[in-house]
Structures are given as C-alpha cells and as structure tokens.
Ligand binder design. Sequence first.
Ligand SMILES: *Cc1c(COP(=O)(O)O)cnc(C)c1O
Length: 404
Amino acid sequence: MTTSAELIEMSERRSAHNYHPLPVVIHEAHGAWVTDVEGKRYLDCLSGYSSLNFGHGHPKIIEAARDQLDNLTLTSRAFYHDQFAQFCAGLGDLTGKDLILPMNTGAEAVETAIKVARKWGYEVKGVEPDQANIIVMEGNFHGRTTTIVSFSTDPEAHDNFGPYTPGFRLVPYGSTEAIRQAVDPNTVAVLVEPIQGEAGVLVPPDGYLSEIRELCTAQGILMIADEVQSGLGRTGQTFACDYEGVVPDIYVLGKALGGGVVPVSAIAANRDVLGIIQPGQHGSTFGGNPLACAVGIAVIELLNTGEFQARAAKLGEVLHARLRELIGRGVVEVRGRGLWAGVDIDPELATGREVSKALMARSVLAKDTHGSTIRLAPPIVVSEEDLVWAVNQLADALYELNTA
Ligand SMILES: *Cc1c(COP(=O)(O)O)cnc(C)c1O
C-alpha cells in the first residue's frame, strides 16, 4: 500500500502548488467523518468550504446520482433533458425567483451575475455603453477568474494577474454609508456576501443587508447576494439573507448545491432581470447537465424538509456557546452564525496553521484563513456529541500550546 507520506510527496512533485493542504490523505468518508489511507478517522470540520453541508455520501444524494449515472449524464444545452425542468422549478421555488441560470462553479455563477447586471444596466436601466459599475466589498471572496480577482483586496489572489477588469468600486464591508457614497448613475449592482466566509466568517452589523436592500430599491440598482458559501442551510436558514428578511435581486449559489458530488452552481432572479439573456449570450457546456440537475434536485428536496436549517441553528447554538467559553483561553474572538464559526486565535500563542495541525493530530480537520483564524463548519449531519468533542479538542490543543 502506498502511504500517506508517499502520496503527499508524489502529489507535491507533480502538481502546481496553488494550495497548501494539511498533510492528510483522505481515502473515504461518510457523514461527518473521513478516513485516511492508513485508516485513521477525522471529524471533518471544513465540509469542503461548505460544499458538504449534507455530509459525505448522503444516501438520498448518492442514490439520485447513482440512478442518474445509469440513465444519462450529459446532453449539453443543445437539447433538453428530463431532469432540467424539475431542477429549475425546484430552485426557483426555493429562492422564490422566476428564473434559474445554471452553471458549474461558484466563480462562474458570480461571473454570470456580473454579466447579467451589466446587460440589465444597459438595456433596462439605460446606462451609457461600457460605463456600468458594480459596488463590491473589501475583503470579498467571489472566486478566482481574471474578472473576479480584479476586485479582490487579497494581494495573493490579486497581484500579478493584471491587466484587471475595470468597472468595480470597492467599499469597506459593513458600511452602507460607503455604498451610498459610491453609487452614481452608472451603478448597476451591489455585490455582497451576506457573511464574508474566506475573510474569516465576518458577520456584518445588524441591519446591513436590509439597508443595502432599501438603498438598491431606492436607487434602481440590483442587489446581488453571493450565497455560495453562506447559503443552503449553513447558517440555520436557507439563505443568510433570511436573517434580515432580505430578498436580493440575484441569488448566487454553488458549493452545497452540488451535494458534495459534482460542481453545481446557479443564479436565481426574476424575469425582469434574468429575462434579458437571450440564446447565444451566455452559457456553459456542462451547466445544468443531467447529473448535476439530479443531484441538485435531491439537495433541494433535503432543504425543503427544513430539517437541515433547523439542525444547523440548534447545533450552531451549541457550537458558539462552547467556543465563547474559550475566549481568553487562547481565543480572542468568535464570530459566525449557525454551524459556521470563525475563531480568532491569540496570535501570540499560535498561527491558524499551527492550530489546524494540532487539531489534525487530535483527529479534527479544520482550516485556517488569514493568519490566525480557524474556520469551523462541520457537515450539518454531525452529531451533537461529536461537535462538542471537536470543540473540546480545540480547547485541549490551545491548553497544550499555552503550557508548552
Ligand atoms: C467558494 C466561493 C466562491 C467560488 O466558488 P468556486 O466553486 O470555488 O468557484 C464564490 N463565492 C463565495 C462566497 C465562495 O465562498
């Protein structure tokens, strides 16, 4: 058998180093637990950046995928297929929107929203040709394409990938006053993460999203909510926007929409917005393929039960209560909503990477972000017992680092 160490060495030798993975080689997974090639088990507290909200190998999702594999996997959008209508209707109902435009990755869905907003700006709002601007937030993460990294404020994501796509205005996250000042007659949209995930699970001030909604409505601007990571049950609601009763003009969805099986993303919007797209103006060979739709339908059915949202809310209270007890004991601050937490480690004590490694040694897989923050987002199917155990591992790891 090839060992983890050998597989890591071989992987590093023949792959671009665009990631810095923890030194674990996963072989199989069920629910919230993964097993490495040596047979050691770990609790997954990252969930593929919230792609695995329903856990690894959820029986309903796997069954849907398996059935579909036997029938039909790809048609391209040159033809209709028998899973497409139900996927679009289901996602339309879940979001309360008229129309769906399916893509594959989150970044593609963000690109789709940007293109739709610009086209809407020119054709409906009457913005001067090529003058549209979109207001975006400092600290944003919307993906890795050349246009998206053009407005990233993370030097690693942004630098040396120019020339950059113009037409974006950066404002500080959390300030509606800054948005108000940035708006001009050519502004077509505000693009916002309801909670900034990659930035460290930053929750904006109360009222932020509803103020953006009001501002956008008043100024005739589209509100685009990137719910790729915050959506689909993670926060204890179907969408993080639900906490403020806010309905954006465009939902951007991805990650968990693919059930941890295949990449599935989409934007959802009403006919007055998404209706501007005509044949030939946008698309994707794999977007809305039969396998993706079958998996997406299973995901939507799980969300329609409401069980995952309720469970994330309930377990989220347990998670946050336990994490708050660690403040002053190696933890400086805890943020988040539902089963999603950003934990700032005292930088004097350890880096996020060091804490992630200490957690890994204790059979918990988590990922650091931005220096000293650990992000915890276990699959929503995690048991309460395992969740508490994982936080205890963090407490013990921090205690050890404190006394080392
Ligand atoms: C992950 C993520 C994306 C990009 O999704 P990919 O599937 O990696 O392209 C976009 N927006 C947010 C908020 C994300 O977390």
